[in-house]
Design a protein around this ligand. Structure first.
Ligand code: PXG
Length: 463
């Protein structure tokens, strides 16, 4: 057996990890003191840790393992491609079959005239590419002052300097001198937290109209594009009111600015259609893709642009590219992943069966005393915990209840992520109804225990 599979005892692995591995979005000192959980293998929707404990993966890794773990077909394709052509670049007037075929397949799957792909290694660098594409596009068209990209507070668009600037995460802007210039942020359509006395529909419209006000404030000659996730994922699964996207679309059309849909999480079936843009009636000029494109089996992302943008870009040099743009192994793996998603009808099953099944159970959580609201779109969903439902109140120490609940979930054998005091799921799209039952049972058990602990600690006001 490969030495990596026949691993060292957990404590030794944890000690080595603590000594040499810097983890993303982590306070190293705290993690090193307790030791990371070591995941050693996975199959379907189930992870196994180094102690042999099985855990239901309610997050599909990091919102990405759409076809589930353990598909040999993808391993085989990667092996075959590595033997045939492990690497070649696409910079110097060259191309190769996997990148050619993947571009064609994406043009077929992605709606509208988004027929041209610039490949990246993930979502962050694809969004960097988008900033450069949008600005270069306007410069070629003789409008070099059109540089500002309008985004939203609490958006997540990645972790590079440019993508984190584009995102609206305060904790990221607070480190490393962000944001870069010429990015502006409007408010998010998060009704529960920010909607006040408005109905969700009124609020959605009001928040979308902030885009129009921001364009007017900046001056149309300075605005290049608007970017948004169809449903904000990392922000806490914020499903916008029905009025939001149609108004954003109207404003982008009226002012003829580019509309960038960041489909890194929503793409490839997550919302019950191939793309979140289809679920929410968005007609983007540029789409960011990553994650579900390869189901996380190999790193790959991309910027997909319209015929018109491609024609403009093609008229000049575009001085941009990554060593791994269109990596042959990643492209081959992505193609096989798309074949499986398509041939096994996985997106249809989500739309017609598992998402409605989950939704019925998820909606019923609103009866739980700890639940302020639930949000769901396809197989991504959130539970908003609150100390006082009727007041739509926040906990005094945001994130504390979320951490408590997250730990109870893990104890019960369920990976559920928390964003402050929202509990989030985004399971593999192949999750079965039986596994959804199991997920719900573990989730409700964790909510009950969290409520009991919060009451005991005097952190729960109502009920
Ligand atoms: N756009 C969106 C909408 C994302 O969700 C990225 C871009 C960046 O992709 P890469 O491949 O560069 O990571 C993402 C990534 C979380 C979490 O904790 C979410 C992401 C990444 C890491 C953590 O929810 N989303």
């Amino acid at each position: 057996m490969n030495v990596l599979f026949n691993h060292l005892p957990t404590e030794e692995l944890q000690a080595i990890d603590a000594a040499h591995h810097l983890h993303p979005f982590t306070k190293g000192a705290d993690l090193n003191a307790k030791g990371a959980r070591i995941i050693t293998r996975a199959k379907g929707s189930t992870l196994t840790d180094s102690e042999g404990v099985e855990i239901l993966d309610g997050m599909a890794g990091l919102w990405c393992v759409n076809i589930g773990y353990g598909r040999d077909e993808l391993a085989k394709v990667a092996y075959d491609q590595m033997r045939e052509l492990p690497y070649y670049n696409t910079f110097f007037q060259t191309s190769h079959p996997p990148v050619i075929q993947l571009g064609q397949k994406l043009a077929e799957l992605i709606p509208g005239d988004l027929n041209h792909v610039f490949f990246a290694s993930g979502g962050s660098d694809a969004n960097d590419t988008n900033i450069r594409i949008a600005r270069h596009y306007w410069a070629i068209k003789g409008k070099p002052s059109k540089k500002v990209i309008i985004s939203r507070h609490n958006a997540y668009h990645g972790s590079t300097v440019a993508a984190a600037s584009l995102g609206g995460m305060q904790v990221m802007h607070a480190q490393g001198g962000l944001p870069i210039p010429d990015i502006s942020h409007i408010n998010q359509p998060f009704w529960w937290a920010e909607g006040g006395e408005m109905s969700p529909e009124e609020f959605g419209l009001a928040r979308a109209q902030e885009l129009e006000a921001e364009i007017e404030r900046l001056g149309i000659d300075n605005v290049a594009a608007f970017i948004g996730e169809p449903v904000q994922g990392a922000g806490a699964v914020i499903v916008p009111p029905s009025t939001y996207w149609p108004e954003i679309q109207r404003i982008c059309d009226k002012y003829e600015i580019l509309l960038i849909a960041d489909e890194v999480i929503c793409g490839f079936g997550r919302t019950g259609n191939w793309f979140g843009s289809q679920t929410y009636g968005i007609k983007p000029d540029i789409m960011t893709i990553a994650k579900g494109l390869s189901s996380g089996y190999a790193p790959i992302g991309g910027s997909v642009v319209s015929d018109e943008i491609a024609a403009v870009l093609d008229s000049d040099d575009f001085n941009h590219g990554y060593t791994y743009s269109g990596h042959p192994v990643s492209c081959a793996v992505a193609l096989e992943n798309l074949r499986i998603l398509e041939e096994e009808g996985i997106v249809d099953t989500v739309r017609d069966e598992t998402a409605p099944y989950l939704k019925a159970k998820w909606d019923a959580l609103n009866d739980h005393p700890l639940v302020g609201e639930t949000r769901i779109s396809g197989l991504m969903a959130a539970i908003q915990m609150t100390p006082d439902k009727s007041a739509r109140a926040d906990f005094a120490n945001p994130g504390e209840a979320g951490t408590i609940c997250r730990d109870f979930c893990l104890e019960a054998g369920l990976v559920m992520r928390h964003v402050k005091d929202s509990m989030i799921i985004s399971p593999p799209l192949v999750i079965t109804k039986g596994e959804i039952d199991m997920l719900m049972e573990r989730c409700v058990g964790a909510l009950d225990k969290t409520l009991a602990k919060l009451k005991a600690d005097g952190m729960f006001r109502a009920g």
